[in-house]
Design a binder for this molecule. Structure first.
Ligand code: DQA
Length: 147
């Protein structure tokens, strides 16, 4: 199973960015741990980070033709603003999990709205880097159940 792991704006700063909210683990460390878990679950995880909305839209749009079976996405601030990301996820019609390190529901009001949640299979938020690992486990067991 091939999984596309997408990280949106400012997540390249993880490790030093507001560690009291996002923890002190870097994005590279999170990606490495997710890739390693993938190996034990039979999933090949390919990760990208972009600060550019259109790049994320293009990566989602080409996910099916690039052989991906599912998407894990921390769209960061674009979660709360992007109709384009929502349309891309809807159009590609692959199982997708929206993730967040922080519990967005317990933070600023503008973080309560997600444009992408309605077109995702599910949402995992508030577990720090474990949100990534939980999302991968969810996609892997969903796939196993559908066999
Ligand atoms: C975030 C939550 C978003 O509201 C915020 O804009 C981020 C990170 C998270 O992982 O907790 O950049 O997606």
């Amino acid at each position: 199973m091939k999984i596309l792991l997408l990280n949106g704006p400012n997540l390249q700063l993880l490790g030093t960015r507001e560690p009291e909210i996002y923890g002190s683990t870097t994005l590279d460390e999170i990606v490495r741990e997710t890739v390693e878990l993938g190996k034990t679950l039979g999933c090949e995880v390919t990760a990208y980070q972009s600060n550019i909305e259109g790049e994320l839209v293009s990566l989602i749009g080409s996910a099916r033709q690039n052989g991906f079976d599912g998407i894990i996405i921390n769209a960061a601030a674009y979660t709360h603003t992007s109709v384009a990301l929502r349309d891309a996820i809807s159009a590609v019609a692959l199982p997708a999990v929206e993730i967040h390190l922080s519990n967005t529901a317990s933070r600023d009001e503008f973080r309560h709205k997600s444009f992408i949640a309605p077109v995702c299979t599910g949402v995992i938020a508030g577990f720090g880097k474990d949100s990534y690992l939980l999302a991968l486990r969810a996609l892997a067991s969903r796939k196993a159940r559908s066999k």
